[in-house]
Design a protein around this ligand. Sequence first.
Ligand code: NAD
Ligand code: MG
Length: 408
Amino acid sequence: MAMTHVNGRDGGGATGPDAGAPRRITILGSTGSIGCNTIDLIERHPGAFEVEALTARGNVKLLAEQAIRLRPQLAVVADPAKYDELKRALSGTNIAVAAGPEALVEAAQRPADWVMSAIVGAAGLKATLAAVNRGACVALANKESLVCAGDLMTHAVRRNKATLLPVDSEHNAIFQCFESDRRSSIEKLILTASGGPFRTRPRAELKNVTPKQAVAHPNWEMGAKISVDSATMMNKGLEVIEAHHLFAMPESRIDVVVHPQSIIHSMVAYEDGSVLAQLGTPDMRTPIAYTLAWPRRMPSPSARLDLAKVGTLTFETPDTERFPALRLARQALRDGGTAPTILNAANEVAVYSFLDGKIGFLDITAVVEDTLAAMPAEEMTDLEQLHGVDAEARAVAQRCAVAAAGRR
Ligand code: NAD
Ligand code: MG
């Protein structure tokens, strides 16, 4: 077994590439960056996969195109106002159509062996949990749901003998280097960070950077929200929390090192001084392929790594003065309970306020800090409480964002 903490079974290894029966899969968030990369891999392996359900928020055109090519049983659009449009686009096919947030949960509950959780934000939590609760093998890209629900999610994984396979490149790298049978010999997890588009900018210049500049990541092509998170380095903060839950490691044993080339995707350090790393060109199809084929491997078209051509790999200590988000996320993890839920909700509100041009780049982290200061963390008890805390944090963050906008 690759990972003892969250893996309850062998992940339905009797299906998938080269295994006889096709693996039945569902993609939550099929129209996004991770969703499209997943579909690209599936289409390169005819016969290895059958699609149970596809879901999207509102991009009916792309969802319908994907559905017509992949022939799922069900296509879901989260925006209820788009139901008729999707129904029309898929008329004459025998693909069932549904809309609304409950339909996302229904999609996740359908009997797929493998579910890609690639909705962005805590909006993906209910559907991801629905897949976990029926014991599915869940490829987790949607880090916000794990950050937000933490122990509730990992308990549900264990209780239902579900499997969480990390898609996030860093966690996928650690997963590949993590010797579960020698877990007690592991000293540290070392997450690499690209440093984002503003790695070398002085803090004074960060005040006026635009959303366009912030989403232009130097190495990875990703959705807007995670691109902004990479620019503030909140992404790495969320990933420290994600690593804590996936690998049952305390915050003090999760290091972060800035590595601008994004070739080493992360590392595991052992007590004998060995450090195991996973390397590759920055292309999400590598970690996605790893989860799609798991416990086997399958070919991916990612560009091959030519180290001589790369020439130099460099490393730096993260600068938490210019990028305080990492410090805030670590503090939230140490505070525990609902602190990470508050951090995540406030960050989502702040990132979209920035993308909408309402607040400045430096205000993103300030809004998160103000929200955390205004809302004491509580012990996390159940999902209902979690949804309440998430909603309250969004309301508080909204007020903090309005105040920040007023100060501009
Ligand atoms: P994206 O914005 O490109 O796509 C998001 C997908 O979720 C789309 O299909 C969209 O329709 C759907 N969606 C958005 N809001 C929704 C809602 N309220 N209800 C239902 N569906 C909704 O994002 P992405 O870059 O593909 O990232 C997806 C997740 O994967 C994020 O959690 C991100 O942090 C994580 N991730 C992404 C990358 C990457 O390279 N893109 C890498 C690591 C982790
Ligand atoms: Mg990552």
